[in-house]
Write a protein that binds this ligand. Sequence first.
Ligand code: EPZ
Length: 420
Amino acid sequence: MDKLQIEGGVPLNGKIRISGAKNAALPIIAASLLTEEPVNISNSPHLHDVTTMIELLACLGVDVTLNEFMEVEIAARRLENYRAPYELVKTMRASFLVLGPLLARFGEAEVSLPGGCAIGSRPVDQHLKGLEAMGAEITVTEGYVCAKTSGRLVGCDIHMDLVTVGGTQNLMMAATLASGTTRLFNAACEPEIVDLADFLNALGAKVSGQGTSTIEIVGVPRLHGGAHTIMPDRVEAGTYLVAAAVTGGRVHLRDVAPKTLGAVLDKLQQAGAELTVGENWIELDMGGRRAKAVDIETSPYPGFPTDMQAQFMTLNALADGTSTITENIFENRFMHVHEMKRLGAEIELHGQSMAVVHGVDQLKAAPVMATDLRASSSLVLAALAAVGTTTIDRIYHIDRGYETIEEKLGSMGAKVRRVS
Ligand code: EPZ
């Protein structure tokens, strides 16, 4: 099992390119099932999760290839089956996003329930409630969601009980081929929802309101082929900005979308970072200063993203002052706290959703273990700042969401290497 070895204490200094967004690529690849015509997706990140989604489409019988420009070319002309097996879905819950497209295009789908993961139980009740409202017959047997519809799904108003990114995506995709109009109320506003809607509209769908809490989809009989460029990954960008902040360094990110990082940039400024922002670039200069502690409260977009909570735990662990971090989205997203305490962080957990962080002058290297994707990135950040050489185990979690992480860090002066 691969590990990362990081010798800390080096202020990062350099320029890197931000990759395409994992959380936009996954639903967009799933949405390619909605048309029989060829689809070309560029700027997709080369990550394990993207490979898993491509594998899933291939096992459904879809022609998927990576061309010489590393663009994903998909043609879902006819499928051999409509079943997303547990073996794949359990490794990546975003596989559940094939449910809506399969049901809308083929009238049937058998998708394994994704089950829980390290950060929470992660139910899919809102996905199923919405699809039933559109006329799907849904049964859950032996861990599989079996969905059928005789004829097309029927558009309708759907009031979602809570804000769910995946639920909004599954229902938006399903509604594109429904007869009539669907309106999703209390929909998620994340930029990845907007990117998916833009892709669907490029294929001839009629989606509007994306980015707001009410999304309207006017159903059409079929979608045609098209091309799309995946938006930049705002979480990868935020992670590298925090890396520069915790090491007192300076980083210039290009091919990034600053508008999708408003809450994160605001907190970095509060922490004392000097930020310069262009159309598609961001520069952070910490100037050797120690960060100031900042209180964090996660909430749906445009609030502070839960996917940046662990990274700011590291920033606060080393900051001047005491801060509170409240996690409102997932019920178990403090797994990194136990590992960070091994590095000398002073963090008190209050129940499942709040942590009080007392900043310390320095962290000390120790062997630690990654537990989930964003927790592992917070350990990388801690190791970059810690005194000594830290070894992080189970870094397959990192490879799910950070493309060529050691190369990008290394290009900014970090002393990092992957060891088996
Ligand atoms: C997406 O997960 C992202 N994953 C997550 O990023 C991200 O943390 C999350 O949205 C929140 O922004 C992808 O896009 C692939 P949700 P998703 O449905 O769609 C509850 C990362 O690190 N809920 O918005 O699964 C759920 O339990 C990953 O890149 C229900 O109760 O998240 C959670 O508490 C981690 N019923 C909350 O809603 C439902 O039917 C938000 O979940 C659906 C969700």
